[in-house]
Design a protein around this ligand. Structure first.
Ligand code: SAH
Length: 215
């Protein structure tokens, strides 16, 4: 950390800028959300490096610059209701909470959901709710969503997620399998998803569920 920095987030902001992340609202959300509160204690020293880190159950919290690109692709203004699939320990959930009006996040592992709720409370994110379940089914009770972000990979967008998007809503998901996925940003038009735009290439854990991959 350099002299005068409030906490390690400033070092991470520099790393994000070096990676070409320039959306001021996204950078501000990172500045207000210390990542050390969302990584396992054993990896806290690396929290402000732009690297993915392991979390329980063989899962991974994504590289911050990748999260920044995916969140930026939703084009949030602060008025939206957002659905996140794959909470992990809640870091991206917290960023979404800073950038949108309301966040619903679905995680299949109950212990990760419980830890992410505690992390979000400690970080002061009051507008994000974590639900345990199969996110490939979406969360019909709170639909429609202006934005959906899926943090695990599958060959296709699960049909329920497409169906729960609001008119003109955005959906960002890594598409593919085997650790070489294309992160695609889709837009809803007239009840269908338009052909998506490539955000970046990345390696994700599998989206395991009824409308995704099998265990
Ligand atoms: N956005 C998080 C990603 C965590 S890793 C971060 O960067 O910190 C992806 C998460 O997706 C894992 O916690 C995994 O358990 C979860 N996941 C995989 N398939 C799921 C499904 N069908 N429903 C809900 N969560 C799922």
């Amino acid at each position: 950390m350099r002299a005068g920095e409030r906490h390690g987030s400033d070092a991470l902001i520099r790393a994000l800028r070096d990676q070409g992340v320039d959306d001021p609202r996204v950078l501000d959300a990172f500045r207000r959300t210390p990542r050390e509160g969302f990584v396992p204690a054993s990896h806290r020293a690396e929290a402000y490096e732009d690297i993915p880190l392991p979390i329980p159950h063989g899962q991974v919290t994504s590289q911050p610059s990748l999260i920044a690109q995916m969140v930026a692709a939703l084009g949030l203004t602060g008025r939206e209701r957002v659905l996140e699939i794959g909470t992990g320990l809640g870091f991206q959930t917290a960023l979404l909470g800073r950038l949108a009006r309301e966040v619903w996040s679905v995680e299949r592992y109950a212990d990760l959901a419980a830890r992410s709720r505690a992390n979000l409370a400690a970080a002061g994110v009051p507008n994000a709710t974590v639900i345990v379940g199969d996110g490939t089914r979406g969360l019909a009770g709170h639909a429609p969503y202006d934005g959906v972000v899926v943090s695990a990979a599958a060959p296709e967008v699960p049909a329920p997620l497409a169906g729960q998007l609001a008119a003109g809503g955005r959906l960002v998901q890594p598409i593919g399998t085997g650790g070489a996925e294309r992160v695609i940003a889709f837009t809803e038009r007239g009840g269908r998803l338009l052909k998506g735009e490539l955000v970046t290439f990345a390696r994700f854990v599998p989206l395991v569920g009824r409308h995704g991959l099998s265990e």
